[in-house]
Design a protein around this ligand. Structure first.
Ligand code: KIV
Length: 284
C-alpha cells in the first residue's frame, strides 16, 4: 500500500448518514491481497469471524480467537485505503461484561487501526453497545441469525417465519439502534421482517440472506467467488467460479513439474538451461 497520507477512508458517520440512500456495498476480506482487490469496489470491508470457516476450516465461528481477528484485521488494513474496515469481535470476547467488551474492542481498534467492531446479539447486548459507543468504539450490530449462538439456536434457520420470532428480532434491531450502533447486519430473515426492520430503525441495515429491502448487502467473499466447494446457501450468489480454476492451475503446475517443463529458461537466473537429462542405464 502507498503512504499513509494517500489513505482517505469512508468514515463511520458517512455510513450512518447513508440510511435510505445509495446501498452500502460490503464484502468480507481476511488477507492483504484480497483487500487490495476489493477495496476500490466496496464501502465496507468486513473482517468477519466467518474466517473460522473459510480460512481455518473450522465447523463454526466459536473457535475463532481475538488474536486471529487482530492479525487478519491488520492484514486487511494494509491492503486497503478507501473502505471502512469493520472487525468482528469473536465469541467469548464481549459477552461477559461491557468492561471486558471494551478492553477487547479497544485492543482490536488500537492494534489494527480499523474504524469499528461488530458484535452479535440484540436486546441483551444493548447495554454493552451503549458502553462501547459512549467510550469511542463505533459498533455495528448483528441480529436475526447469529452464528455465534448456533448452540442455542440449534442450527442455521431462517428467522422470522413465525410472529413471535419476527417480533423478537425486530425488538432486537430496535434495541441495538437505540443503544447507539451505527448500523446493523440483519442475517437470515424473511423479506417482510427485513423490510420492517429497515423501515422502523434509523440506522442502515446491511442484509445477508435478508432481501434487497436492506440499506446495504454483505456476502462472504469466498462464497461469492465460488471458492467454497461444499454447500452454498440459497442467499449466496456466486459471481465467479474460482475453485475449479485454481484446481486446474494446480494440476497444470504439477504436470509441468513432473515433465520438467517448469521452470523454463525464462524463469531461470543467468545459468544456461540445464542439459537434457541422460537416462541412467537401468532406465534404458
Ligand atoms: O462473519 C461474517 O463474515 C459476518 C458477515 C457475513 C455478516 O458476520
Amino acid at each position: 500500500m502507498s503512504a499513509q497520507t494517500d489513505i482517505k477512508r469512508i468514515t463511520v458517520p458517512q455510513l450512518r448518514a447513508r440510511k435510505g440512500e445509495a446501498p452500502i456495498v460490503t464484502l468480507t476480506a481476511y488477507t492483504t491481497p484480497m483487500a487490495r482487490l476489493l477495496d476500490p469496489h466496496v464501502d465496507i470491508l468486513m473482517v468477519g469471524d466467518s474466517l473460522g470457516r473459510v480460512v481455518y476450516g473450522l465447523d463454526s465461528t466459536l473457535g475463532v480467537t481475538l488474536e486471529m481477528m487482530i492479525n487478519h484485521g491488520k492484514a486487511v488494513m494494509r491492503g486497503s485505503r478507501r473502505a471502512c474496515v469493520v472487525i468482528d469481535l469473536p465469541f467469548g470476547s464481549y459477552q461477559e461484561s461491557p468492561e471486558v467488551a471494551f478492553r477487547n474492542a479497544a485492543r482490536v481498534l488500537s492494534e489494527t487501526g480499523a474504524q469499528a467492531v461488530k458484535l452479535e446479539g440484540g436486546a441483551e447486548m444493548a447495554p454493552t453497545i451503549a458502553f462501547l459507543t459512549q467510550r469511542g468504539v463505533p459498533v455495528m450490530g448483528h441480529v436475526g441469525l447469529t452464528p455465534q449462538s448456533i448452540n442455542t439456536l440449534g442450527g442455521f434457520r431462517t428467522q422470522g417465519r413465525d410472529d413471535a420470532t419476527a417480533r423478537r428480532v425486530l425488538a432486537d434491531a430496535e434495541a441495538v439502534a437505540r443503544a447507539g450502533a451505527f448500523s446493523v447486519v440483519v442475517e437470515g430473515t424473511v423479506e417482510t421482517l427485513a423490510r420492517e426492520i429497515t423501515t422502523r430503525i434509523p440506522i442502515p441495515t446491511i442484509g445477508i440472506g435478508a432481501s434487497p429491502s436492506c440499506d446495504g448487502q454483505v456476502l462472504v467473499i469466498d462464497d461469492a467467488l465460488g471458492l467454497v466447494a461444499d454447500f452454498t446457501p440459497k442467499f449466496v450468489k456466486r459471481y465467479a467460479e474460482l475453485g475449479p480454476l485454481i484446481s486446474e492451475a494446480a494440476a497444470s503446475y504439477a504436470a509441468e513439474v513432473k515433465a520438467r517443463k517448469f521452470p523454463g529458461p525464462e524463469h531461470c537466473f543467468g545459468a544456461p538451461p540445464p542439459p537434457p537429462r541422460v537416462r541412467p542405464n537401468h532406465e534404458r
